[in-house]
Design a protein around this ligand. Structure first.
Ligand SMILES: C[S@@+](CC[C@H](N)C(=O)[O-])C[C@H]1O[C@@H](n2cnc3c(N)ncnc32)[C@H](O)[C@@H]1O
Length: 216
């Protein structure tokens, strides 16, 4: 499968469920204290290192972008799905949301203080993930932080699963950290928690990594 067909399929899948997705998940952070704690740590670290703008990549209907904004960050969202971007703009008219793909970001080199990819890179086929992480590294300023939310597993190889919207992959934290290390990042922290009753029976992972500051 070529990259454009993967992106096309993912966009079509999310366009078709965008309204329902927003209804189901726009308040989900209220039920996720550990994710909120990691997001708060991410926001504090970004602020402590210059507080550059933060991109929420694969932002969906924009609720997590709005949460980052409420934490004091200059946050904006990018999503592949035009329907998601339209819903995000409608729900949060004071924030910026653009259409785009994390595989080829229309962003300048080194301009961001932080990146969040919250359950969005999970749809990227494993062979394309090094491309995505290289893009993240390119657009982050030295010293910038990247936070990833994902479905976790023990297998060192990524495991495809039948995500409700479209094909997705589970990753072991160690395998992700190794890919991120190869892209130039260093690990800061990781969180693994057990699934809630109403979630898929996979562990949920949060990973915080950093692009090393430039030597001066
Ligand atoms: C599971 S939803 C997560 C949305 C939001 N981050 C949240 O936590 O609710 C995945 C989102 O990632 C977006 N997405 C998937 N692949 C993408 C890509 N290559 N570039 C940008 N967005 C992408 C989808 O359109 C969808 O809105």
């Amino acid at each position: 499968m070529t990259e454009p067909s993967v992106l096309h399929d993912t966009k079509a899948a999310y366009d078709s469920v965008a309204t329902r997705y927003a209804e189901l998940f726009s308040n989900i952070l209220e039920t996720l204290p550990m994710e909120r704690a990691m997001l708060a740590a991410f926001a504090e670290l970004v602020q402590a290192h210059g507080a550059g703008p933060v991109a929420d990549l694969g932002c969906g209907p924009g609720h997590v972008t709005a949460h980052l904004h409420a934490l004091g960050l200059t946050a904006f969202g990018i999503d592949l799905s035009s329907e998601m971007v339209a819903l995000a703009r409608q729900a949060h008219p004071d924030l910026r949301f653009d259409e785009g793909s994390m595989t080829a970001l229309d962003l300048a080199d080194g301009g961001l203080g932080g990146i969040l990819a919250f359950y969005s890179f999970i749809h990227t086929p494993p062979h394309l993930l090094p491309v995505v992480f290289a893009e993240f590294h390119r657009v982050l300023a030295p010293g910038g932080h990247l936070m990833l939310g994902f479905f976790a597993g023990d297998d060192p190889l990524p495991q495809e699963f039948d995500h409700k919207v479209t094909l997705a992959y589970r990753w072991s934290p160690d395998s992700l950290v190794e890919l991120l290390r190869q892209a130039g990042f260093v690990e800061v922290a990781r969180l693994l928690r057990e699934p809630h009753e109403n979630e898929r029976q996979f562990q949920q992972g949060q990973l915080l990594v950093r692009k090393p500051p430039s030597l001066s």
